[in-house]
Design a protein around this ligand. Sequence first.
Ligand code: NAD
Ligand code: TYD
Length: 350
Amino acid sequence: MKKILITGGAGFIGSHVVRLFVNKYPNIKIVNLDALTYAGNLENLRDVENQPNYQFVKGDIVDGDFILNLFKEHQFDGVIHLAAESHVDRSIENPMSFIQTNIVGTVNLLNAAKLIWKDNSENKRFYHISTDEVYGSLGDTGFFVEETSYDPRSPYSASKASSDHIVRAYHHTFDLPIVISNCSNNYGANQFPEKLIPLFINNICTNKPLPVYGKGENVRDWLFVEDHANAIDVIFHKGKNGDTYNIGGHNEWTNISLIHLLCKIMDKKLNRPEGESVKLISYVKDRAGHDMRYAIDSTKLQNELGWKPSLQFEEGLEKTVDWYLANEKWLNNVTSGEYQKFYEQQYVNR
Ligand code: NAD
Ligand code: TYD
């Protein structure tokens, strides 16, 4: 049976990728490797945890010996690497964990793949999942294309840029079969409520202030997480060896207009008078080094591999709100820290 390693599968995007692959490819064994940091939550995968082609392994990609042994044991045919420290604000507070996981962890995976595929790398693939933030910040016009020069400006984006460069270096120097994608901001179910959309949904539900950084004029290009997972499936199977693909929804919103739309949807869903949630907006000190605008041109992916986003933003945002409102327990478990006990209950004390 073919075996694929998915790293970071207990996180936000990773859990959607694991679910898609486990259900769509019953003849492929999916091994989900995750350290279960604060961002890893196995409750995200309850619906697939008993599938015969799924296995969870708890482990840290920073531990090179452990990674090497895991590759020797499983002889993976492919790797889809999502494990990362992913929140810009945390990278400003504590850059070192970003250097360790995003750079050192990636190199450990590359070294292990290089070793086990050294005699036969045919039909093998190391797929590195990255972000549009490596390209830096745009002015009022223009888009990031695959050839845009790297200009990362936060410790998070600099660590992802560094890992992208190293992945490409292993391709050029060692012929490692790789592919990379750089995606715009994701939203959807199971996102940790420290990122803009789930944080604000949670705060509206609990009548807490909505902290808008600076003037709220920064622009992000939002993509529904299941559309990202589908793009990852397409790129993993059809992407050209050594290539890079940009993934995005052509869906730019200033933060403040997105927040107004979210407040409107929340008022409707919570049966509050229109205009109630907007009153929670509170302008706060801007994020240090706050990138102004991200916007992705995904023409290459659309033309060469036939992928396109399936949802309009208003529809996706409403779906996302519905998910959080229907999964209050998930949200409470995450905000209280209760979710971290799930691994012990499920895997240790059984
Ligand atoms: P996330 O923070 O929700 O999940 C990260 C996962 O990685 C968690 O399950 C965590 O436990 C695991 N992890 C962290 N450190 C680890 C380590 N040392 N060893 C093993 N596992 C570890 O992140 P996400 O938003 O799902 O992002 C996934 C990937 O997609 C990241 O590589 C990120 O850079 C990239 N990306 C994210 C977005 C976005 O909008 N969220 C956009 C583009 C690209
Ligand atoms: P975020 O979800 O952290 O993603 P990223 O920084 O990777 O784009 O933030 C999205 C945008 O929302 C970004 O411009 C920062 C802004 N923001 C706020 O204004 N307030 C907040 O509390 C957060 C978390 C983000």
